[in-house]
Structure formats: C-alpha cells, structure tokens
Design a protein around this ligand. Structure first.
Ligand code: NAG
Ligand code: NAG
Ligand code: NAG
Ligand code: NAG
Ligand code: NAG
Length: 639
C-alpha cells in the first residue's frame, strides 16, 4: 500500500503543479505571484455542487474583509455546515505590508487559485505578500509542514565564512522572536551588516493561529531545509503552508523600498526529480498526507496510552512540554523496502555495532550514499519510547557536531532510524585502544574537544529548545572522515522549554563514570550535569584513560578525576597527558583544556561553567580562569 501510494504521489507530483517565477527589478507596488500547489483532490462541480457553492461563498467572503477584522493580516473562515461539504479557508498577509497591499494580494490570490486549482478540494497559492489556502478539512491551529517550496537566488555569496554564521545567528534570533510574539502577528524581520557594502535581510512568519511551540517547530524544519536549497546563495526562501523564512542581500520586505539593482535572482522552485534524495523526499512529502495522518493518530494514541501509564513511568518528554512534542517530522519517513535493499536485508555482515536500543547496520542507498540504520530490537515499550524521543529531538536539531538523522521508518514490527554514516566509528574506539591512540595527535584531540563543546552548547542554548543529553560519553561521540566529532544517541535526552532548566527523575539512566554526583545520587539533572560529563570526557581525551576503569601504578588516586586534580594541584599538569601524543602539543592548549576539564567536574554544580563559558574559554587562552575546586570522590573504579 505504501509503495502504491508513493507511486501515485509521484505521478500526482509530476502532473500537479509546483510552478512559480518572480519578476524582479520592479517596484513592488502590487502583489507578486510566487507559486501554487493543488493537491490531486479534484471534485465534480455537478455531483459536489454543495461543496462548490460553499467554496465560492468562502472565497467571495475574503473580498469583503476590512481592516478591523484582520488587524494582524490573518483571517480564517468556513462555509457550509454539513461536514461533507464544509470548506475551511484562511489567508495571511506578510507582516509588514499595508492593508491596501494585503487586500490587493488577497484579491489576486482568489482569482489565481480559481484559475490554477479549479475544482480542487484542497489548494494553496503563494504570493510574495500573502498566501491563501482552503481545504475540505480543518486547517486551523495546526501546523502543516507536509509539503514545501524553496526559492533561491542563483548568485553565490563571496565570503561564505562570514556570511553563513551571520545568517545562522540572525535566523535563530528572528525565528525565536517571531515564534514568541504572543497573540498578534507571529512575524519578525532582522538585518545586519555583512560587509561594508552589503547588508543581510531576514524574515520569518508563522500563521498566528499556531502555538509558539508549533511555530518554532515549523521554523526549525524550514531552517533545516535552507542548506539543501540555498547553501552559499545570496538569497533563499523556504515556504510551508504554516510558516516561511526568507533571506536576501537586499531589502525585500518593506514595500516602499525598491529592491537593490542586483542581477536578477532567478528564483526557481525545484522540480521534482526522483534521482536526488532531497527532491525524492520532497516529492514524497507532498502527498503522503494519509500516511501522515495515520502516523499522527498513532502518536496521539500512544500519547494517551502513555498518559495512562504515566504514574508508573513518570519519566518522559511530555512532562516537560505538555505533550506538544508530538511533532513528528513526516518528511523524514522512509520506506522499509528501500532500507531492506540498502542493508541487504539486515545481513549480519552489515552489522556495525550496538546502539542504545538495538543493533546498528550499515547500508548503501541506490545513489551510493552510505547510511547507518538503527534497528529497535524488541517491541519493548521503553525502547520504543526512547526511539520516538530520538526522532522528535534529532529531527529538529541541525548542527555540524551532532549526528544527522536522515529518516525513520516503522512498519509492522520494524522500527528504524536512519542516520548519516560516519566512517570512523566512535571516539572510544580510538581513545582507549593502544594502537589507535597513536592516530589521535594533539591537534585532533583539541579539535574534538572544541567540536564537542560547540555541539553541546547548541543543545543547551542555541537550538531554540533546551536539550539535556544525559548520556554524553566517548562511545556516544562519532567521528567523521576528518575526525570532526558528532554527538549521537539522544535516546535519554530530555527536552525543555527554554525557561526551564532543571528536572529530576526517579529512573536514573546514564553511564557510570560520566554521571554528575547530584544526578547519580539524587536523580537531579540539568545542563550542569551534562557539563560534568563533558569535563570527564575532556580529561579522558587528554589522558587516553577511562575514568571508570582507572589504574595508576602508584595507587595514589582511585579515579581519573582525582588523579588529574592532584597532578594539577601539585603543579605537574603534563603528567596527565597521554604519552602517545609525543612532543607535538601546544602547552597553552593542554593547560587550558585540563583547567576547563577540572572546572567542569567540580562537585558543586553551581560552580561548573556553562557551555557558553566553556566555548569562550576555548576560544581565548589568555582569559584568566578561576581555580578549580576538588572534584567529587564519587567515581570509583568499578564498572
Ligand atoms: C488523481 O488521483 C486519482 C486517484 O485518486 C488518479 O486516478 C488520477 O489519475 C490522478 N490525477 C492526476 C492528475 O494525477
Ligand atoms: C476531503 O477530500 C478528500 C479527497 O476527496 C477525501 O479523501 C476526504 O475524505 C475529504 N475529507 C472530508 C472531511 O470530507
Ligand atoms: C478561526 O480559527 C479558530 C481556531 O484557530 C477558530 O476557533 C475560529 O472559530 C475560526 N474562525 C472561523 C470564522 O471559523
Ligand atoms: C554558485 O555555486 C554553484 C555551486 O558551487 C555553481 O554551480 C554556480 O554556477 C555558482 N553560480 C554563480 C552565479 O557563480
Ligand atoms: C552598516 O553599514 C552602514 C553603511 O556602511 C552604516 O551606515 C551603518 O551604521 C552600519 N550599521 C551597523 C550596525 O554597523
């Protein structure tokens, strides 16, 4: 059934319309058509005359809207009473346009949607200044990210190293701002100087009927698509039914300003091509609505099921988010048969390891891309909970120091997570093996420490959601071909809204030797318990020794942390350094890393630095750091 649907979906997509173009260099005095999307839901106006009549009533009602009932540029309405012929419609104008422009745009959109999608039960049309959609099913107050369109400027930026971080920061800033606008417009713009001659302009908008959380999720999805369409481009836009983000190097959102006379940004919506994985996903996402609905229902059912058990298992994401996290990333759904082919039907020879909740297989897609497939071994409830947790979290995270989720799949008993494949295994494989240790020279170790710090900072502070990993350790750090570290295994991670920062649990899960004392003893976890694990990891990377299996010949210290601290206190920090590193290290960097490691493993969580300070300390070793206190004598050398 799945394949049949996919086939249909592809056909539909080829025939159905994603068309659009842009007119540039002209003063934006009226609305500019961008694209439309008609789902293949054609009806017969004769046999469905009631629906047809209601649709006309609805669209006509949009023309008589005056400024008072749409002061935030958003309007929703329905026509018809009978569920079988009721029509739901809405429009939203860009946050900055005047009432007149909004009105004109909606009028144009009404005409356009009738022309392009005549006799469709569901349709949407986008203009630069507004969009309009209707459906035979309720579309109010729910996030729809089931299909999208991207636009980009074909000109490339000249200094991507400056441009990309600026863009990332600005986007994070304005999307957070827009999502958190209370009841009015969920709209924000921001700009910044990029060079002496160029300025970067960004815009983000959600339909205001979404909750902040749903809006944020929509934006994260949109931002995660930007690299695939618009990497290093001077302009880019991702448009979902529920939100859109856009950036340009000219001011595009103030209608009174003429766009800078740049060469025509040739904005083209991508036409579906099944050869490219990105487009393949796009095309699948367009029409898998029935599947999405069943997946959603499944999640909802699961949620209620969980509710009933929640007295027993009082330890889930729901508590932190009020259940809103059922934000499955439908676009990442993939086909079981594709994965079976890619992994040679989970052949034993393709098995590359054991993950948090089951075996991991290597696979190769038809296009040659290598993937790692995590397979949930049993149908255990706990395992599935962690599996779902991982989808929800990782699907919304994008950072070069985090492992990227490419897709997931569950069909029948099979529950799979598909990740980018990293050729170099995990950090513990190198760090604690006498042969492999030689490959980790100081510059690589330093790079790993810095990368981990940035990845963790992103989880804690920058990803719009506050995420506590809870199980950071050497085996959860994978290395890519250039030995860049990537954090993985989010099965235990906990999601927090940004104003929350601590939680506690009665079920302590994690890895002995990396757990902060307050977590191991009292179940309290916070960003500072992750900082502790980071500190342990830093000291392990420097020394090449495991904290939880530590032997020192003179017997003066029973764990790595106290050993490191004693050497530091006695003015012999280099005694900690892994002899395999040899002489080619930078003294300042070593000292600085040991110092940071010791600050992170202090017993008092308050005294540990947060990851923002750690990243700052790593970026400037002239900074004077506070003296570390004694680490806890908790981590015995038992396993
Ligand atoms: C629309 O879907 C129907 C089946 O639901 C199919 O028979 C028809 O060919 C499709 N039309 C287009 C234009 O894709
Ligand atoms: C909306 O239309 C689609 C396609 O014709 C149909 O499958 C679906 O059941 C309709 N929904 C409602 C609520 O009538
Ligand atoms: C608009 O949507 C809201 C839910 O977001 C709903 O409560 C309201 O009734 C809708 N308005 C109309 C006119 O249908
Ligand atoms: C921009 O870069 C892409 C890929 O690097 C290249 O294919 C394209 O031709 C470049 N465009 C311009 C206008 O230089
Ligand atoms: C950005 O550049 C413009 C023109 O060079 C200048 O007038 C303006 O002050 C700069 N703004 C900031 C925030 O640096």
């Amino acid at each position: 059934m799945m394949t049949a649907l996919n086939k249909i979906s592809r056909n539909i997509l080829f025939l159905c319309c994603i068309l659009g173009f842009f007119i540039f260099g002209k003063r934006v005095t009226s609305s500019t058509f961008a694209a439309y999307h008609c789902q293949n839901t054609t009806y017969n106006p004769r046999t469905n005359s009631a629906y047809h009549a209601n649709l006309n009533i609805l669209l006509d009602s949009f023309s008589s809207i005056n400024a008072t009932n749409t002061d935030n540029g958003f309007f929703n309405s329905t026509a018809g009473r009978d569920i079988s012929n009721k029509v739901y419609g809405l429009f939203l104008c860009r946050g900055d346009v005047s009432n007149d422009v909004c009105k004109q745009c909606v009028a144009d959109a009404r005409t356009k949607i009738r022309q392009q999608c005549s006799y469709e039960k569901t349709a949407i049309v986008w203009y630069n200044e507004c969009f309009l959609r209707y459906s035979n099913e309720s579309i109010f107050s729910r996030r729809d990210t089931s299909y999208w369109i991207t636009f980009w400027n074909t000109n490339n930026v000249t200094q991507p190293d400056l441009f990309n971080p600026l863009l990332e920061n600005l986007m994070n800033e304005i999307t957070t701002q827009a999502a958190n606008e209370g009841s009015g417009k969920k709209f924000a713009t921001g700009d910044a100087n990029f060079s002496a001659f160029q300025r970067l302009y960004t815009l983000a908008q959600c339909t205001p009927d979404l909750s902040s959380f749903e809006c944020m999720t929509c934006f994260s999805n949109a931002m995660s698509l930007l690299p695939s369409c618009c990497h290093n481009r001077q302009g880019g836009q991702v448009v979902y039914p529920s939100c859109n983000v856009r950036y340009e190097v000219y001011k595009f959102y103030d209608s009174t300003v003429t766009p800078a006379p740049l060469p025509t940004p040739n904005i083209i919506p991508p036409l579906p091509r099944s050869s490219s994985p990105e487009k393949g996903r796009n095309s699948r996402a367009v029409v898998i609505a029935p599947i999405i609905v069943s997946v959603l229902l499944f999640f909802v059912a699961l949620f209620f099921l969980r509710r009933r058990f929640s007295k027993k298992i009082n330890d889930g994401v729901e508590e932190a988010t009020g259940g809103n996290e059922v934000s499955n990333e439908e676009s990442l759904q993939c086909n079981l048969s594709d994965i079976q082919v890619a992994t040679n039907n989970f052949a034993a020879g393709n098995r590359i390891g054991e993950g948090g909740f089951g075996p991991v297989y290597k696979g190769t897609l038809p296009n040659g891309e290598e993937i790692a497939v995590k397979r949930l071994s049993s149908s255990s409830f706990q395992g599935f909970q962690e599996f779902r947790n991982e989808i929800v979290l990782v699907a919304n995270l994008h950072h070069r120091n985090l492992v990227r989720l490419l897709g997931y799949c569950f069909q029948g008993e099979e529950k799979l997570l598909i990740y980018e494949f990293l050729p170099n295994k995990s950090l513990d494989y190198f760090l604690f093996d006498p042969e492999q240790q030689l490959l980790l020279d100081w510059s690589i170790r330093y790079k790993i420490i810095s990368g981990l710090a940035r990845g963790l900072l992103y989880l804690h502070e920058d990803s719009q959601l506050r995420i506590i990993h809870r199980d950071l350790k050497a085996s959860n750090v994978l290395l890519d071909g250039n030995m860049n570290p990537k954090i993985t295994d989010f099965g235990l991670a906990r999601l927090f809204l940004v104003d929350q920062s601590e939680g506690s649990t009665s079920k302590i899960a994690g890895t002995y030797g990396y757990m902060a004392p307050e977590y191991a003893m009292r179940g309290q976890f916070s960003v500072k318990s992750d900082v502790f694990s980071f500190g342990v990891l830093v000291l392990e990377i420097i020394s090449g020794k495991r904290n939880n299996n530590f032997h020192e010949s003179d017997g003066s210290a029973e764990d790595l942390l106290s050993y490191a601290w004693k050497q530091w206190r006695d003015g012999m920090p280099f005694a900690l350094l892994d002899p395999k590193i040899g002489d080619s290290y930078v003294r300042n960097e070593v000292i600085q890393c040991i110092h940071i490691g010791l600050l992170c493993v202090q017993e008092d969580a308050e005294q540990r630095p947060n990851m923002a300070s750690v990243v700052l300390m790593l970026s400037s070793y002239s900074a004077t750091l506070p003296a570390p206190n004694n680490p806890p004598f908790l981590c015995h050398s038992t396993t």
